[in-house]
Design a protein around this ligand. Structure first.
Ligand SMILES: [Cu+2]
Length: 402
């Protein structure tokens, strides 16, 4: 059982990779390397971090602000050299807390080794800043900052999932087609068909923006999940590595000669958790970058990696077993003889026959209502095995007491 616990935690951690939030306080701008929140940065090489210094220290709407980022290696030393990824050493994505505003900036290397971008926040209120960079001896790092901007705040706009995925922005009409219902933890292909808004003809003159036909930035409603999905370069296998570890993204190059194919850009996206997500697809045409936003409601996927601890409350000391279309997860539980064992079954979806769980040997049969936790006490006074199954005897699992 220990192994399984550890395995689960590792899986969970991998989804939490690289999102570390610093809260930048206006009151105490000197301490802009403020408190890291919640999510740990995990890399094999250690922890790269970024610090943010704003000039002036009090950021106000409508006033130009210098955002200076200092990247530090796991030893705490300032590092200057970052890999050039999609033409830039550092990408900076700024969103308002309600995800209504989106800005894509590129801080530039300064003589002192820091990276600086000048930016004017249009409104007061909360913003999140995601820096995305790749040191030479590390994976991609995403380090984010919460920033409170003084001045007039506008009313927050509700984040409403799109009724259809068709948007017109400036001279582009973009139709997004997911290859299935958006679900968490499932690699999805999102295809974007790009038409000229006036003529309704497929657009064949998209220009490269930062070396690619399109860029995609995906942020969850709670601002915790961030994906900067750069398209995969055909000539650069390294691009495959360039995605947030909690999700992967790349877009395929259009290789076909016909205009319709040329006007389609596809991206593979894995939404890490169930949430409402905003997707900003960025294209370049006639020298201008056009950002097309989509809002997607991502339902809980059948694969239960990483969701349960936050969403599902199980009794203290109980061992969780998720019931989904993949059957019981985990399927096998090894447990030490003599310790009380309470199993907490959680049925996560209806795409399965497991409306009940049956322990034949124990003469236990319990209904598993959707989304509810049902506990079963398993005797551990003797070594042995107890098998369990769904009511139709299709999904099976096993408890080993040793
Ligand atoms: Cu960028």
């Amino acid at each position: 059982m220990k192994t399984k616990h550890v395995l689960f935690l590792l899986l969970l951690s991998s989804f939490l990779f690289a999102c570390e939030t610093d809260v930048v306080s206006n009151q105490n701008a000197a301490a802009t390397n403020a408190t890291p929140m919640t999510k740990p940065v995990l890399t094999e090489k250690g922890v790269y971090t970024a610090e943010l210094v704003t000039t002036p220290s009090e950021v106000k709407a409508g006033e130009k602000t210098d955002l200076t980022f200092i990247v530090k290696n796991p030893g705490g030393e300032k590092i200057k050299d970052l890999q050039i990824v999609h033409e830039k050493p550092m990408h900076l994505l700024i969103v308002s807390n309600d995800l209504d505003e989106f800005y894509h900036e590129h801080p530039e290397a300064q003589a002192d080794g820091s990276y600086k971008a000048s930016f004017t926040f249009p409104n007061g209120g909360g913003y999140k800043l995601y820096t995305d960079f790749t040191p030479f001896d590390s994976k991609q790092v995403v380090h984010d900052f919460a920033l409170n901007v003084g001045g007039n705040a506008r009313a927050a706009k509700p984040l409403v999932p799109d009724a259809n995925f068709e948007k017109t922005v400036e001279n582009l009409r973009v139709v997004m087609k997911p290859d299935g219902n958006p679900e968490s933890d499932k690699e999805m292909m999102l295809s974007f068909n790009v038409y000229d808004a006036a003529t309704n003809q497929p657009v064949t003159d998209l220009e490269n923006y930062l070396g690619e036909k399109a860029h995609f930035v995906v942020v969850s409603k709670d601002l915790q999940e961030f994906v900067h999905a750069h398209p995969m370069s055909t000539d650069n296998a390294k691009a495959a590595e360039h995605s947030h570890a909690s999700a992967t993204g790349h877009a395929g190059d259009d290789k076909m000669a016909n205009p319709a194919a040329a006007a389609t850009v596809s991206a593979h996206i894995t939404f890490p958790t169930a949430s409402v997500y905003k997707i900003w697809a960025q294209f370049k045409r006639n020298g201008k970058v056009i950002t097309v936003p989509f809002t997607v409601d991502v339902k809980q996927g059948a694969e239960q990696k990483g969701i349960d601890t936050t969403n599902v409350k199980i009794p203290e000391g109980a061992f969780k077993i998720v019931v989904s279309k993949d059957g019981f997860t985990p399927q096998e539980i090894s447990f030490k003889q003599g310790q009380p064992l309470k199993l907490a079954f959680y049925r996560a979806d209806t795409e399965n026959c497991a409306s009940e769980v049956v322990f034949k040997d124990l003469n236990i049969k319990k209904k598993l209502p959707l989304g509810e936790v049902v506990t079963v006490d398993v005797p551990t006074d003797k070594a042995g095995e107890f098998s369990f199954a769904c009511g139709m005897d299709m999904y099976k699992g096993k408890v080993i007491v040793q």
